[in-house]
Design a binder for this molecule. Structure first.
Ligand code: IYR
Length: 221
């Protein structure tokens, strides 16, 4: 099976306009911060639907689109996820994490308590689909699943931020409990939890600096 080639002729944007758009986007991007203290204010489901539809436009290996998003506002399930995540995080901070890792986290001030999992009005649990079940019982392999899901989550985070919402990339380790709690099939592996909402009115974030362009990029021109 091959895809049918269809014309792709996006209108060419004049270079001045391109630069203006990128400068405006850069200012927006620079204002984004990961948030750990959320307001409990509700966010309409349509906001999440639109943001997830944007995430679903990400490129993926062999166009397998190896992702599934479980968007949870239901308080009981959020509470169960928090309780399971905190069990893992307690172990992580008390026993599992090597000293070097704890030292790296110390400036951020994180600990086992994960209030964001119940305060944020939505949790988006992202799953990576490693294969697709076919009608004849065989498996259709996916490719570059981790990269593809990572790109989709990038799209999602950027879309939420542009729309005025905050989120946190949270990866309790291990997070195998999420598959059962979210009732997902065996071909899916938990990838990330993204609490989404508004920052609490007393939210503070660490005074971080981002690397300069010449530290993150090399030009050969
Ligand atoms: N999963 C733990 C630890 C943690 C790890 C990294 I890498 C961070 O950037 C932040 C936290 C937690 O969520 O606390």
């Amino acid at each position: 099976m091959s895809y049918r080639p269809v014309p792709y002729r996006p209108e060419r944007v004049p270079i001045e306009e391109t630069l203006n758009r990128l400068r405006a986007d850069l200012a927006i991007a620079r204002a984004r911060r990961s948030v750990r203290t959320f307001s409990t204010d509700a966010v309409p489901r349509e906001v999440i639907e639109l943001a997830l539809s944007i995430a679903g436009t990400a490129p993926s290996g062999a166009h397998r689109q190896p992702w599934h998003f479980v968007a949870i506002s239901e308080p009981e399930l959020r509470a169960r996820i928090r309780s399971e995540a905190e069990k893992e995080e307690r172990e992580f901070y008390a026993h599992k994490a090597p000293k070097e890792w704890l030292d790296a986290l110390a400036p951020l001030g994180t600990d086992f308590e994960k209030r964001h999992l119940t305060d944020a009005p939505w949790l988006i649990v992202v799953f990576r689909r490693d294969w697709e079940p076919l009608a004849d019982g065989t498996r259709l392999k996916s490719y570059y699943m981790t990269e593809s899901v990572g790109i989709a989550v990038g799209f999602l985070i950027a879309a939420l931020h542009r729309a005025g919402l905050a989120c946190l990339t949270h990866t309790p380790a291990p997070m195998t409990f999420l598959r059962e709690l979210c009732d997902r099939p065996v071909n899916e592996k938990p990838f990330l939890i993204l609490p989404v909402g508004y920052p609490a009115s007393d939210c503070v974030v660490p005074d971080l600096e981002r690397k300069a362009l010449d530290e993150i990029a090399t030009f050969v021109d």
